[in-house]
Design a protein around this ligand. Sequence first.
Ligand code: TXA
Ligand code: MG
Length: 319
Amino acid sequence: MQTIIGKDLFAAKKLLETDELVAIPTETVYGLAANALHEDAVLKIFAAKKRPFFDPLIVHTHSVEEIKKYTDELPESGRLLLEAFAPGPVTLLLKKKKKIPDLVTSGLDTVGIRIPSHPLTLELLRMLDFPLAAPSANPFGYISPTTAEHVFNQLNNQIPYIIDGGPTTVGIESTIVGFEEEQPVVYRLGGLSINEIERVAGKVRLEINDSSNPRAPGTLKSHYAPRTPLLFITDSAEVVKYMTPNTATISLSKLNGLPEGVTQYLLSNNGNLEDAARNLFAIMRNADSRGFDRIIAVEVPNEGLGLAINDRLKRASVR
Ligand code: TXA
Ligand code: MG
């Protein structure tokens, strides 16, 4: 099957209505979408990604009204989060109704659901009479795609259509938030920072897990990993110690004191963490494609989006 890249939402709609896969742009990363209410369609996602069935999928809709069709319980703090940040990079874990297949949630009684902020995908969702299940459109465990080309490079011939919505604006996946009574519990750090969540929904509890327990969303210990060994270090002074003759570095700003000729990838030109999040995955892919024998990534400040960036770098470093 030849993969077409384009902006034809009617073509995408037709494919999705016949249980085919379509890659969709969002503000975070590109997703690999299928009809969330049809198990046969959802199965194709797991097959294309080589994703284990214990790792549940996020469901995408276009409005809070739609979200209410798939859950009976929307906590007040969840409602406030949607009011403040949807469409946007946040996924809520909500008690699911029966019509969401167990395959989507890996048998859990909650469904991860979000409203992505991308004009093409929002338009597509409005044209459909079902929601879309969509994990990031990369082979399981590899770096998430932030352009249509990234998707094409890895899934060419495996899916019929990729909607080209340009490079993503946030660049890392959504923050995943569940609720204990009314308290927000963050299971995956992402494009919406903890401070922002606390501003509208009160004190957050963090439950970021390192195990392969699917209750710890998106948080398999090794994930987002390039094929080139990646070393994550907290102290930039140590880079020299770990360098090989063919090392690339990834850091927020320029590292001083490195030997001449070392390839330095800068996540931002002016130390900005939003830029860094936006550039992170494309830089990791580029570094991975150039035959370095080692990538050394230096921790960014642990504040705002920096927490999510460090989380991704750490997981990328686990083999
Ligand atoms: O930004 C995003 O969230 C992107 C775009 C495409 O929307 N999607 C994404 O999906 O990152 P994925 O499949 O790569 O990561 C979703 C994570 C999974 O690792 C899964 O463990 C967790 O969300 N998850 C989904 N539903 C869950 C649930 N009901 N309970 C616990 N974890 C859940
Ligand atoms: Mg993913």
